[in-house]
Write a protein of this length. Structure first.
Lengths: 266, 258
């Protein structure tokens, strides 16, 4: 019950962030990359969240940043779920050598400290928002793969899978039509939690200057901009920090709520 | 119609090779019901799966021939075998509660079986699925219900509808009533016998229950530790068993009854 309330809270926060992000062009009082003031102003009525070191309106930047951060999170996690589901499904369904081969690949990927892998790739590529999404997706599918493999190992032994075989279903049909729909619960939960991770990774990357590039704003690079002014303009750090915190926390609440609702173990 | 010669199935574990079915031969004529009797672990379910070539890893059919309507099933490619499963040979299982996929409606699942083997539209498949439900004495208005809305007996009826939807020649029934109440058991058995008569179906009926075998099968095959230990007309086997295992099996029933 208590967890349920948290999940609803999370859903409300996420929902309003999404709406704000979609409506950003209408809601933003200023152009996010335009220099409005010639000084750094603390939050006031004119500038709800204040202005940053260059005199840009932080409220507008946060709105546009929400678009970037949420999109990156969603796209990255979608890529991760697709790859992870495919790997896990094939490994879990066929077992044997294919399973060993695919799972060793997962182990290898997990053995890399992924943040350094991402950094290395980003240094080689031109860091832009599309690369960020793809790179995060390509380095975060392993958990989903393991989870889906486990679900497939369990479900493939169930009688209705045997029954599907007995009416003449092909392997592919059994994998995608008979087993996968029964594994969606855990995948949705993992996807929700994974999105929180993806948003954090994006923020970290942008913070390090290898993610979303200025003048485009993301919550991560807003944090980076704030570094030098922590003492004089703390709002520059506090606002994107709180936004990231609330988004990630909300995703965790929603994920946990779904886990309970969908009866997912672990 | 079905002739199995010297069929052997072995499960290969890392430590050893376990023979689950060894050198089983059997014959089923058109319209006939053959009983396969055996205790748990006697290899009767493995035999059923082997007949459809569905023995899964780490099991393997190591020897034998399965002649079905003039062709050896063991020589077919997997693609050819898929066309036979559900169309010419069907199977129903022990536990109706887990034999239906929980995420699809009853109609979806029967229609799927039809559409896998026959070039018909979805609408046509659904209308045939409705006919199948009536055939197994289920209310065809409940075609859009999900498995959890059905009782165990109804689920087994739906399974039978699914298995027979393409009018197969042979139905393999692997303990189809074991998980059901005694009264429901009788209903399902009656239904199977009626359908057999109406559709000219051959049935291989697998069970550990001598009472049911006596009820539905003229001929019976007794399995023990993967081998056929006795075979013959049911009444003869029952009244005058030749094999020691069959004797003790029948004796144990007498003990239970008195």
């Amino acid at each position: 019950m208590k967890r349920n309330k948290l999940a609803i809270f999370g859903l409300l926060v996420l929902g309003s962030f999404v709406v704000l992000a979609i409506l950003a062009p209408m809601l933003a009082p200023y152009d996010p990359s335009e220099i409005i003031e010639n000084e750094t102003i603390p939050p006031s009525l004119k500038h709800l969240f204040g202005t940053d070191d260059l005199g840009r309106d932080i409220f507008s930047r946060a709105l546009y940043g929400a678009r970037i951060s949420l999109t990156v999170g969603l796209v990255a996690v979608t890529i991760a779920v697709l790859i992870g589901t495919l790997f896990g499904a094939l490994a879990g369904y066929y077992g044997g050598l294919l399973d060993s081969a695919l799972m060793r690949m997962v182990d290898v990927m997990l053995a890399f400290p992924s943040i350094f892998l991402i950094l290395a790739i980003q240094v080689m590529l031109t860091p832009n928002i599309y690369n960020v999404m793809v790179v995060i997706g390509l380095t975060s599918w392993m958990g989903v793969a393991r989870l889906v493999r486990g679900e497939f190992l369990r479900i493939r032994e169930l009688q209705y899978v045997e029954a599907a075989r007995a009416i003449g279903c092909s392997d592919l049909r059994i994998i995608f039509r008979h087993i996968l729909p029964n594994a969606t619960g855990p995948i949705i939960v993992a996807g929700t939690l994974g999105m929180a991770g993806a948003i954090l990774t994006e923020s970290a990357l942008s913070f390090l200057g290898l993610g979303v590039q200025p003048p485009m704003s993301s919550w991560g690079n807003m944090l980076m901009d704030s570094q030098a002014y922590m003492r004089d303009a703390p709002w520059m750090a506090i606002i994107p920090g709180i936004l990231i915190l609330f988004t990630v926390l909300s995703l965790y609440f929603v994920g946990e709520g779904l886990r309970e609702k969908l009866n997912v173990r672990g | 119609m079905l002739e199995v010669k010297d069929l052997s199935v072995t499960y290969f574990t890392e430590a050893e090779a376990v023979s689950a079915v060894s050198g089983v031969s059997l014959l089923v004529a058109k319209g006939e019901t053959l009983g396969v009797l055996g205790e748990s672990g006697s290899g009767k379910s493995t035999l059923a799966l082997a007949l459809m070539r569905l023995v899964g890893y780490p099991g393997k059919i190591v020897k034998g021939e399965i002649w079905f309507k003039g062709q050896d099933l063991l020589k077919l490619s997997e693609a050819e075998m898929i066309k036979i499963r559900g169309a010419r040979i069907s199977m129903i299982f022990q536990d109706p509660f887990t034999s239906l996929n929980p995420v699809y409606s009853i109609g979806d699942q029967i229609a799927e079986a039809i559409q896998l083997h026959q070039q018909v539209s979805r609408r046509e498949a659904w209308s045939r699925a409705k006919d199948m439900l009536s055939l197994v004495r289920l209310d065809s208005r409940r075609i859009s219900d999900y498995p959890h809305q059905f009782s165990g007996g109804m689920q087994q009826r739906a399974m039978i509808a699914m298995a027979l939807s393409c009018r197969p020649d042979l139905l393999i029934a692997d303990e189809p009533t074991t998980a059901l109440d005694v009264t429901i058991q009788a209903d399902i058995l009656k239904l199977l016998l009626e359908l057999q008569r109406d559709l000219g179906l051959s049935i291989i009926y697998i069970t550990h229950n001598f009472g049911i075998i006596k009820e539905v099968c003229r001929r019976v095959l007794v399995m023990y530790k993967g081998r056929v230990v006795e075979e013959g007309e049911t009444l003869k086997v029952l009244n005058d068993p030749k094999d020691n295992y069959t004797k003790s099996l029948i004796e144990s029933l007498r003990v239970l009854r008195t």
